[in-house]
Write a protein that binds this ligand. Structure first.
Ligand SMILES: *[C@@H]1O[C@H](CO)[C@@H](O)[C@H](O)[C@H]1NC(C)=O
Ligand SMILES: *[C@@H]1O[C@H](CO)[C@@H](O)[C@H](O)[C@H]1NC(C)=O
Ligand SMILES: *[C@@H]1O[C@H](CO)[C@@H](O)[C@H](O)[C@H]1NC(C)=O
Ligand SMILES: *[C@@H]1O[C@H](CO)[C@@H](O)[C@H](O)[C@H]1NC(C)=O
Ligand SMILES: *[C@@H]1O[C@H](CO)[C@@H](O)[C@H](O)[C@H]1NC(C)=O
Ligand SMILES: *[C@@H]1O[C@H](CO)[C@@H](O)[C@H](O)[C@H]1NC(C)=O
Ligand SMILES: *[C@@H]1O[C@H](CO)[C@@H](O)[C@H](O)[C@H]1NC(C)=O
Ligand SMILES: *[C@@H]1O[C@H](CO)[C@@H](O)[C@H](O)[C@H]1NC(C)=O
Ligand SMILES: *[C@@H]1O[C@H](CO)[C@@H](O)[C@H](O)[C@H]1NC(C)=O
Length: 428
């Protein structure tokens, strides 16, 4: 009886002492020399955010950009202009994006991406319920990456600095808040032509009377959207079938086909909600007809189309790139995973009709000249290189991140408390 009471008391002491033995977030900022820029910007311009982090009652993970990360902001779209124009609101949104809900030490990350909500909720920048997501992964059991907008990958260079509110990981480039569907699709202009998304993007602007199609506005302004976007080679191979569809409203029309690529309910649907075994998942599209998601040979399929690149984060949801155009008239098609490219479900027209230089609908783009992005100095992290569905693309080549944190102090405290517990037990 006595022992139980003493044990409970001591356990509560241990847990409190462990908590108290951990540094505060401000302690971490001042003890890590590579965080002086982050510390400065929070302290000088965003003291409210600093206070919110310090007083958070729910566990959080801070992806703390290193000094080197702040030094190279100029090379990145969105964050470059925000910092060079000293746009206080945009920088606030960028910093909010670096606070992840929940405690995510390296040991909790998986070899496949998980998508965690962040504190980026300002609807000027994002329109995703529960906060914009950031993807986290541990590759080869030791390389930590965080993926943000524009497929930008930020490596973790110092992992697992425990603090009172959760965990800090130091990352070597800033996270980029995801952009709109058009801006994200245009980034694929840096991919080889057949893999660009300009044809599907152009198709969303197509209208019968010269005004902006309601679909373009819908993709831009609806929260929690999931878009399955066929790439140019997919659009081109069935170009004649697509251009022969009626532009007027109604079933079997062009808008009917586009809507079959859009999910509004229950999203955004990241690949983490797709099956990874022999079960299938039916999702209701905007067109009303369901699509079927399945998994085979390490790839996700939508009906018979393979997902080539999954989980491109959008300001208002997520996009997955397909190797084929879906058709609401062919819902029962099954994939053949042994084929590198799935057989189109729409007619490809005359034999040899595929012509790589004839992407349909690109002339419907409001700005026919697609703007590229400034490449990062380390290169290679943007756009449509084709992130494998489940394994993630190759790392951008940084060393193995370091383990860190107040583990030693905490262990010492536990040792002292155990000694105290033994002494108290004998006294009682
Ligand atoms: C934050 O700024 C205040 C003055 O505004 C200063 O007293 C304090 O030391 C600074 N803290 C850090 C961590 O830089
Ligand atoms: C600071 O960051 C640089 C790279 O940005 C790295 O080479 C260096 O080892 C880091 N220093 C510490 C103390 O982590
Ligand atoms: C959202 O961002 C805009 C633009 O920077 C800013 O004016 C507004 O105050 C922000 N809203 C909130 C709730 O922070
Ligand atoms: C153009 O067509 C769209 C539907 O495609 C319709 O919503 C819009 O009102 C039309 N505009 C004009 C000026 O007719
Ligand atoms: C998409 O939204 C942005 C920002 O609100 C706006 O500038 C742009 O014109 C919109 N595009 C369409 C097609 O609605
Ligand atoms: C965010 O999404 C909601 C619901 O779809 C929509 O009503 C609203 O206009 C969107 N906000 C912005 C800024 O696009
Ligand atoms: C088709 O008509 C429906 C209402 O009947 C309307 O909500 C939708 O925006 C229209 N779509 C197009 C592409 O005109
Ligand atoms: C497939 O995976 C789901 C989710 O993990 C699980 O609930 C289900 O039982 C699995 N089904 C089979 C047939 O293994
Ligand atoms: C492909 O399209 C281009 C541009 O329209 C045209 O010049 C070329 O002759 C076509 N090639 C074939 C093999 O049809």
């Amino acid at each position: 009886m006595h022992f139980a009471v003493v044990l409970a008391f001591c356990l509560s002491l241990i847990s409190r002492s462990l908590q108290a033995s951990l540094p505060s977030f401000t302690d971490v900022l001042s003890s890590q020399t590579n965080l002086s820029s982050f510390s400065d910007v929070l302290n000088k311009t965003y003291p409210d955010l600093l206070t919110r982090i310090e007083t958070s009652t729910s566990p959080i993970t801070i992806l703390a950009p290193s000094n080197a990360a702040f030094a190279k902001t100029i090379y990145y779209s969105i964050i470059g202009p925000a910092f060079s124009n000293n746009d206080v609101g945009a920088i606030k949104a960028i910093l909010d994006y670096h606070v992840v809900e929940g405690n995510h030490p390296s040991t909790s990350l998986l070899p496949t991406f998980q998508y965690f909500p962040t504190w980026l909720t300002n609807t000027t920048f994002t329109n995703v319920t529960d906060g914009q997501r950031v993807g986290g992964v541990m590759q080869s059991g030791k390389e930590m990456f965080w993926v943000s907008g524009q497929s930008n990958r930020s490596p973790g260079i110092v992992m697992d600095i425990a603090f009172q509110g959760g965990t800090v990981h130091i990352i070597d480039s800033l996270l980029i808040p995801p952009s709109s569907f058009p801006a994200t699709a245009e980034l694929f202009s840096t991919a080889a032509e057949p893999y660009q998304l300009t044809s599907f993007l152009g198709a969303t602007y197509l209208s019968s009377n010269g005004t902006v199609s309601p679909i373009a506005a819908l993709l831009n302004e609806t929260s929690d959207i999931t878009i399955f976007a066929p790439n140019n080679v997919a659009m081109e191979s069935v170009a004649s079938s697509l251009t022969s569809l009626s532009l007027s409203n109604g079933s079997s029309s062009f808008s009917d086909l586009l809507n079959y690529h859009i999910i509004l309910k229950g999203g955004p649907l990241y690949s983490t909600s797709f099956p990874t075994n022999s079960t299938t998942l039916e999702l209701e599209t905007l067109n009303g007809t369901p699509i079927t998601i399945s998994f085979s040979s390490n790839s996700f399929f939508v009906n018979s189309a393979r997902i080539l690149t999954s989980d491109l984060l959008l300001a208002n949801g997520v996009m997955h790139v397909l190797d084929n155009v879906l058709s609401p008239g062919s819902t029962g098609e099954k994939p053949n995973p042994s084929l590198a490219t799935q057989v189109p479900v729409l007619s490809t027209g005359a034999p040899g009709g595929f012509n790589v230089s004839q992407a349909p609908f690109t002339s419907s783009l409001p700005n026919a000249v697609i703007t590229g992005v400034t490449a990062s100095p380390t290169g290679g992290s943007y756009g449509g290189g084709g992130t494998a569905t489940t394994t993630g693309a190759a790392s951008t080549g940084t060393g193995v991140p370091k383990k860190n944190g107040g583990v030693r102090t905490a262990a010492l405290n536990v040792a002292w408390l155990i000694i105290a517990l033994v002494i108290i037990y004998f006294i009682v």
